[in-house]
Design a protein around this ligand. Structure first.
Ligand SMILES: Cc1ncc(COP(=O)(O)O)c(C=O)c1O
Ligand SMILES: N[C@@H](CCOP(=O)(O)O)C(=O)O
Length: 400
């Protein structure tokens, strides 16, 4: 049993209401379960395959979900990078290994399943790329139309390709992501489409399972959980999930939630460092990590709470630091991620080098999307292939 509850005034609403904000005060909603009715043990979960739907008792979907086997992503020990930084227990949870190549699939398997359960006919989102790719995939699986709004010219090629190929109606607006989100929100409210950005409380329910899996894979709670922050839904979701595990008595501590933003789009970092209650939006966000090129994160209230309540922190990294870490992950660990994803590990590098974290901490960095999402960012950083005549002599001459 669960209800929708306002994170600000605590007003509660029936689970079947199609609302994204509290009608009384306008703040975001969250899904609150009656923990006394949750009938599950850790031993029972452990018997099931490591996949998102292993945790179905803490998810809102009643029937058969719209699923492509999301979750169960690898948790890699970053031995080489960890050694360089003096961190023995540095891990990366590779969310790029989900069906569409990003963590958004966790949100969409739940969000699109809820759309069907609630009788919605069309789903929609604004996106810096991954949300649209994932929505297109899950809408295709469900057999319903999807409408996606993108900031024109600012979305990585692989993501646009996915949204187009999976059959979404793709619209590029002359404006940034924040404007696109405002527009799609109005569209959904006025025309009855189902909004599947992270203002949708059900979508975030799926994303909280990143934390569940990491705890299960490590056999305990990490000291620190590090995530790249854009619209700030993911860090909020992971924190919410871990709180639920604590309420159930499955874990007895919480990790320090740590958010990493790009310097050109870092309003959450600004709010943490300047102890602001309300975030000051960045009017013209800019970064090579287009996935987190967001100036007005809609989940800021939830994210600030997650960071503050766990004694976590937030830090900004430069585009150069992001790209350097993307290369390090690829070349020293064999892990291919898109630029925004490398931000989490680049942030930990900075915190370690500046002496701001304890080197004995057990740290999980979420790397959020696959390398192939943004081929242009890769090609720009690498030497082109060496072209030679098709004979052994030419081959040997370039290898010598
Ligand atoms: C690859 C990638 N990493 C990180 C993020 C940031 O996640 P959130 O918006 O939940 O903060 C996004 C999307 O926003 C993304 O697509
Ligand atoms: N990076 C996101 C931005 C939208 O965030 P959302 O979590 O609100 O959908 C994307 O991939 O579009």
């Amino acid at each position: 049993m669960f209800r929708l509850v306002c994170v600000n005034c605590g007003a509660d609403y029936n689970q079947n209401e199609i609302i994204y904000h509290c009608p009384k005060c306008g703040h975001l909603l969250t899904v609150e379960y009656d923990m006394d009715t949750i009938d599950i043990s850790r031993a029972e979960w452990d018997k099931r395959p490591l996949r998102l739907w292993r945790y179905k008792e803490l998810l809102p979907v009643a029937g058969e979900p719209v699923s492509l086997q999301e979750g169960g992503t690898p948790l890699y020990h970053l031995k080489t990078i960890g050694k360089e930084l003096g961190l023995k227990e540095l891990y990366a949870k590779h969310e790029g290994m989900n069906p569409s190549g990003s963590f958004k699939d966790r949100g969409m398997t739940v969000g699109v399943s809820m759309a069907i359960q609630l009788g919605m006919k069309t789903v929609a989102c604004a996106s810096t790329g991954n949300t649209s790719a994932s929505l297109a995939v899950y809408a295709a699986k469900a057999g319903i139309p999807a409408v996606v709004l993108l900031p024109a010219g600012k979305v990585a090629l692989g993501k646009v390709a996915q949204a187009l190929m999976h059959g979404a109606k793709v619209i590029a607006i002359r404006g940034n992501f924040d404007k696109a989100l405002e527009m799609v929100h109005d569209l959904c409210i006025n025309e009855g489409l189902y909004l599947l950005n992270s203002v949708n409380p059900y979508r975030l329910e799926g994303q909280k399972t990143i934390g569940f899996e990491a705890v299960d894979q490590l056999g305990g709670v990490p000291d620190r959980f590090v995530l790249p922050v854009g619209n700030a839904g993911n860090i909020s979701a992971v924190y919410k999930g871990l709180l639920e595990l604590q309420n159930l008595g499955f874990i007895d501590s919480l990790p320090m939630m740590t958010g990493i933003q790009a310097e050109g789009a870092s309003p959450v970092v600004d709010a943490i460092h300047n102890k602001r209650e309300v975030l000051v939006p960045e009017a013209n966000p800019e970064t090579v990590a287009t996935a987190i090129r967001i100036g007005a994160p809609v989940n800021a209230e939830k994210a600030l709470r997650a960071i503050r309540e766990t004694n976590g922190t937030a830090i900004a990294v430069t585009d150069e630091e992001i790209l350097a870490m993307q290369r390090s992950l690829a070349r020293k660990e064999g892990i291919g991620v898109e630029p925004a994803s490398a931000a989490s590990v680049a942030g930990i590098k900075k915190l370690a080098e500046e002496g701001l974290i304890d080197k004995d901490e057990r740290i999980v960095c979420v790397v959020t999307g696959h390398l192939l999402k943004d081929p242009e960012a890769v090609i720009k950083q690498c030497e082109p292939p060496t072209e030679i005549d098709a004979n052994l002599e030419s081959l040997l001459s370039v290898l010598r």
